[in-house]
Design a protein around this ligand. Structure first.
Ligand code: F6P
Length: 362
């Protein structure tokens, strides 16, 4: 290997720049390789634009460790020539595979580091099968990627959600209100569960445990009866009623998960008789500086990705298992979502503390 490229795909997450820095420094300082960043997901290598590749060296990445977002840019809506969706499956086109191979030969790129979530890893797995030497790095604030105990970005998002609950507590208490915080996570409840425990929420609603309004009212009434006349509810954007589907809203003609906090506030006002307010935390969870933990995790992932390439270990993702950085084959992490185990330790601990999950069986 003489030259590698890296790209960031899908939604951004705190820690992306820490990976870019670690990959660059490890590649240059340990192996003497050249490094280029591909701009805007894979668009920078697929398109004919002149600025698609950004040369990277230790100097170029010297100040980006604490910076949120990604200096390379990222896209959720990739170049339409990259893949088609067949029977719900993302299938990378032959055009894109050929184009990437041709561009790699043209620019002398020997291997690629793909930094992203499930969507990016699905594309990376197909590129690897098409003969492109590549290693994946798992990113998402949702922490829902299988194969790894943690994705970077999750811890920073959790800090933001916990801080929001701390702030909501003082205003909830002053006004004797129910404050409902809606957090991200797609169809997984990791952010909601962890933030709910860290922020001392009284009700936690996650997609893995479908809820009903009655047990929530009962939990709130019990608090009011104890003269603790305020409550914090954290609800995952993908949470759903026991007999319902997740809630969606539309932005610019696109269907997006969310809106459940507002709906729940109305239910609590009407059915439980308490004052309630909804707060949607949204993309604040994805912005800003990564936590110290995420900086360290992202740095370890980036460094190990480069060592994998040096060993000729391609088609793998670097992961965290038992506090150690390891690798698993790309095909093992795609097409599935890591959900919160409903009888796992954290849920049991939370139930033991008297936290309600709005579970009809409570
Ligand atoms: O996967 C990360 C995530 O932030 C989810 O938690 C959320 O549902 C989604 O991305 C939001 O995506 P967008 O950036 O397209 O609004």
């Amino acid at each position: 290997i003489r030259k590698i490229a890296l790209f960031t795909g899908g939604g951004d997450a705190p820690g992306l720049n820490a990976v870019i820095r670690a990959v660059t420094r490890t590649a240059v300082l340990n192996y003497g390789w050249e490094v280029v960043g591909i701009r805007d997901g894979l668009d920078g290598i697929l398109s004919d634009r002149d600025d698609g590749l950004m040369p990277l060296d230790p100097h170029a990445v010297s100040d980006i460790l604490p910076l949120g977002g990604t200096i390379l840019g990222t896209v959720n809506k990739a170049d339409p020539r990259l893949y088609v969706v067949k029977d719900g499956r993302v299938v990378v086109t032959d055009w894109a595979k050929n184009r990437i191979r041709t561009q790699m030969a043209r620019f002398g790129i020997d291997a690629i580091v793909a930094i992203g979530g499930d969507g990016t890893m699905t594309i990376a797995a197909q590129l690897f099968e098409a003969g492109i030497p590549l290693v994946g790095v798992p990113k998402t604030i949702d922490n829902d990627l299988v194969g790894t105990e943690l994705t970077f970005g999750f811890d920073s998002a959790l800090d933001v959600a916990t801080d929001a609950l701390d702030r909501l507590r003082t205003t909830a208490r002053s006004h004797r209100r129910v404050m409902i915080l809606e957090v991200m996570g797609r169809n997984a409840g990791w952010i909601a569960l962890h933030a709910g425990i860290a922020g001392g929420a009284h009700v936690i609603l996650i997609p893995e445990i479908p809820f009903a309004v009655e047990p929530i009212c009962a939990a709130l009434q019990a608090r009011w009866a104890r003269d603790a006349k305020y409550a914090l509810v954290v609800v995952a954007e993908g949470a759903r009623l026991a007999d319902g589907a997740p809630m969606y809203h539309e932005i610019g003609g696109q269907k997006r998960l969310g809106g459940i906090a507002d709906w729940l506030a109305h239910q609590i006002i009407e059915r439980c008789g308490f004052e309630a307010r909804a707060v949607v935390l949204g993309h604040i969870q994805r912005g800003g500086s990564p936590s110290a933990f995420d900086r360290i995790l992202a740095t370890q992932y980036g460094a190990e990705a480069v060592h994998c390439l040096a060993r000729g270990e391609f088609g793998v993702v670097v992961v965290l298992r038992c506090n150690d950085i390891r690798t698993v084959p790309l095909h093992e992490v795609i097409g599935r979502q890591k959900l919160v185990p409903v009888d796992g330790t954290l849920v049991r601990v939370a139930r033991g503390l008297g936290i309600s999950f709005g579970d009809p069986a409570e």
